[in-house]
Design a protein around this ligand. Structure first.
Ligand code: PLP
Length: 227
């Protein structure tokens, strides 16, 4: 099942689009199957969960952090992950910078935009994005390589379109500024129900869970994510 799902998604994605398999609450055997089916990037929401899976998968895939990163988890996160897609404050960026400096690493990050301006959600508001990117550009041990957004959840994926359009506009605007230390390469948007719309609107990185693994079952091991 997983093999066919991955094959179909990969064959349908346009050239130059990267697939991130969202692995939260999945079993290591399932995740291994995904990697063996050709997925090169795994997206994980929880540092602790990643530690367990890492023992099984190790460096067979790249690891992207896609959850809400708490400051007290940064030290572990910078060791495990190859990219952090969810930087949304200068405070968090500074902590990543500090912990990366300690281990001699430069971390590629995406700035997460709260494109729906939803109070309870993480992400920087659209109008604050450019300033945050400018502030981060002064830090030596992380490198902004693009933007990420979730957008509000809708039953009808078409309703997501305006949020993806706005995020793409911000992406292009910041790209044109040619800021030092900033490489606007990746635009991470779209999940199982919305990734086709996101691709229409310029995403070149999509994060897909359910369409690969089937519906999530938050049984025994992992608590449901708060978003
Ligand atoms: C869970 C998750 C996804 C994937 O969601 P699906 O609807 O299962 O495809 C993508 N991005 C983030 C940040 C997630 O937490």
């Amino acid at each position: 099942m997983i093999k066919q799902n991955v094959a179909r998604i990969l064959s349908e994605l346009p050239d130059g689009v990267q697939l991130v398999a969202a692995v939260k609450a999945r079993r290591p055997e399932e995740i291994l199957e995904v990697v063996e089916s050709g997925v090169k990037i795994l997206g994980e929401n929880y540092v602790q969960e990643a530690e367990g899976i890492y023992e099984v998968i190790g460096n067979k895939a790249k690891w992207h952090f896609i959850g809400h990163l708490q400051k007290n988890k940064v030290k572990k996160a910078v060791k495990l992950f190859d990219m952090i897609e969810t930087v949304d404050s200068l405070e968090l960026a500074r902590e990543i910078d500090k912990r990366c400096a300690q281990i001699g690493k430069v971390m590629p990050v995406l700035v997460e935009i709260n494109s729906g301006r939803e109070e309870q959600k993480s992400g920087v508001f659209p109008e604050k994005t450019e300033q945050l990117v400018r502030d981060i550009s002064g830090l030596n041990n992380l490198r902004v390589t693009g933007l990420m957004t979730m957008g509000p959840r809708f039953g009808n994926p078409e309703d997501s379109r305006p949020y993806f359009v706005e995020t793409k506009k911000i992406f292009e605007r910041i790209k044109k500024l040619n800021l030092p230390n900033i490489q606007m390469r990746y635009l991470s948007m779209g999940m199982t129900n919305s990734y086709k719309i996101a691709l229409d609107e310029g995403a070149n990185m999509v994060r897909i869970g359910s369409k690969i693994f089937g519906e999530r079952d938050y049984g025994a091991t992992v608590k449901a994510p708060s978003r």
